[in-house]
Design a protein around this ligand. Structure first.
Ligand SMILES: [Zn+2]
Length: 90
């Protein structure tokens, strides 16, 4: 039982570095690495596995990291940028 709890605790503090568009109109060029606590900000469950993903800013495409959270909550890059600014890791 205690080892299960320990594992759960370790998972909640997992920190990952992912690459995201540095602004909404990235022009196919502007991206940056950010450190994030790898948990969903809405429910605290672990986020999904990052995979190379195309982001379109309306005209240009940029390869960044994207992920699908198993809990079903969607992380938008706008929210992720705000989180990265405020989480004390970047
Ligand atoms: Zn969630």
């Amino acid at each position: 039982m205690s080892s299960v709890l320990t594992t759960a605790l370790l998972e909640t503090v997992t920190i990952r570095t992912v690459t995201i568009p540095s602004c909404q109109m990235h022009q196919g060029f502007y991206r940056k690495p950010v450190k994030l606590r790898w948990t969903c900000p809405r429910c605290g469950q672990p986020r999904g596995k990052p995979v190379p993903t195309r982001s379109y800013d309306g005209s240009r495409c940029l390869i960044v990291d994207g992920w699908v959270n198993p809990c079903g909550h969607v992380d938008y890059y706008d929210d992720v940028r705000r989180e990265a600014q405020g989480n004390g890791l970047n």
